[in-house]
Design a protein around this ligand. Sequence first.
Ligand code: ATP
Ligand code: MG
Length: 566
Amino acid sequence: MRMTSSFIPTLRETPAEAEIPSHKLMLRAGFLRRAAAGIYTYLPLSQRVLKKIMQIIREEMDAAGGQEILLPIVQPAELWHATGRWADYGDEMFRLKDRHGREFCLGPTHEEITTSLVQGEVRSYRQLPLLLYQIQNKYRDEVRPRFGIIRGREFIMKDLYSFDQDQRGLEESYQKMYQAYGRIFSRCGLETRPVLADSGAIGGNVTHEFVVLADCGEAIIVYCPECDYAANVERAECRPQPKDGTELLPLEKAFTPGAKTIEQVSSFLDVAPERLIKTLLYKSDGEVVAALIRGDHELNEVKLARILGTLELEPADEETILQVTGAPVGFCGPVGLKNVRLIVDQGVAALANGVAGANEEDAHLLNVNMGRDYEPDLVADIRLVKGGDPCPQCGNALLGARGIEVGQVFQLGTKYSEALRAYYLDENGEEKPMVMGCYGIGVTRTMAAVIEQHHDEHGIIWPMSIAPFHVHIVPLGDKELALAEELYDQLTSCGIEVLLDDRDERPGVKFKDADLIGIPIRITIGSRSLSEGKVELKLRSGDWEGKLPPDEVCAKVQELIASKGA
Ligand code: ATP
Ligand code: MG
């Protein structure tokens, strides 16, 4: 492709809308333009990258036994009513009506429609396992679309759904996908880390996210440097703590005027935060729930919601707190609390002689002990794990990191097959629900994540395997253009993808754009090296550079491409 006839609108300045490197660089290098919040146009360079990522995904999905289909984006509401997700999905779902007033949504995901397809077509165990996938736009009206295509409202996803006879079959399908995901991301030049994750609204138990470590990432993970434990903090477990064996002291009331926060109570009473008990009130499905955690810990709302089996969890408002506890915010505690379910974190259960609110303005109780002063409804692990906490597998200190989730695999079980009656007849003619899994990769998010991992202050550094072109030819002046054209033809005829900067621009401008766009191999043709009968070759990564006679260029380029796994 010649630059004079291509649509690569590079920008000198970074548009104000961009916060993180991938977003800035995709705008500046002419890959992307914004149409509305979280909705983007992909320009030719992006399209070339996306096609390569999709090709890698297709090869790996096909190799793992997947068959590609294309499901509708517009999906009827009835299917979503059947699984309860028409209500559960909430405002994130884009909903619409047809001219007859019938309700539809723009697919945020495709479990319902795939299950209903299979329900209508598959009868026998002989037709299983079945692995169906598609690569298509998804629509989610995200609360906070941000970071360009990392969190868009319209984005491209690969989603595969597996249908098996039983749990063992599902585990095999899951394993195949897990392995395939590792290969896909590494072929895209991405370093990812699979982490245990929470399954949230989708259902099922076992699930892993594939996370790219990056400071801008919205996924917070912990991992163990000593063993293979790695988990999203939403899911990460705490080691149970041994009970503090200190002798129990008598309950006492202390006057704590105006001391509401952990810091205030801790300094007023001169008690360490780890001996304080935070009592957090939530409203969930019409009831009030109190979550008790230690003063130095944070509550993990995802764990709490999972334990309560709810999707609705909302901090109680001031009025409710006053009504339930008889005291203003800041003085709530478990002793004497009525009509409230008490969910106690293991850390609090292990505590002896803790300090808690007295359910009375300006008062706290000292020497609060579970079992003696209050009864829990449930003791559970509901706190947020953080870096430094002991690994639940081996006890070593966990490390914390942020990352971008690029893919997720789920063991769904029979939630969707039962709701949508996707049953099959087993060998004995017995009817059974198919056991399902689902597996997503954010294709557009993957492109951005690759840039997050591969860039410098001058621009993108594409891995060879998904680069928009392999080679960028930069002739420095008019006199060099003829040789540039010759090399262009030669390389192109060998199947090498070449971008030729045939613009009438200063060398500085051409170099800047070449660095920005980030094509892996650059061939510079200038009078100085030509006087020695050579052209300059350079890898954008900085790993190699050299001078060669023009007739050796093609072989060298082929060798470089092969060595970089294109
Ligand atoms: P997140 O937690 O980041 O919102 P998710 O867990 O809701 O993502 P999944 O339903 O697991 O996402 O979707 C599969 C993949 O689709 C994700 O791993 C991610 O790569 C991609 N994806 C999800 N939401 C978006 C989005 N808003 N924009 C771009 N890609 C997305
Ligand atoms: Mg996910």
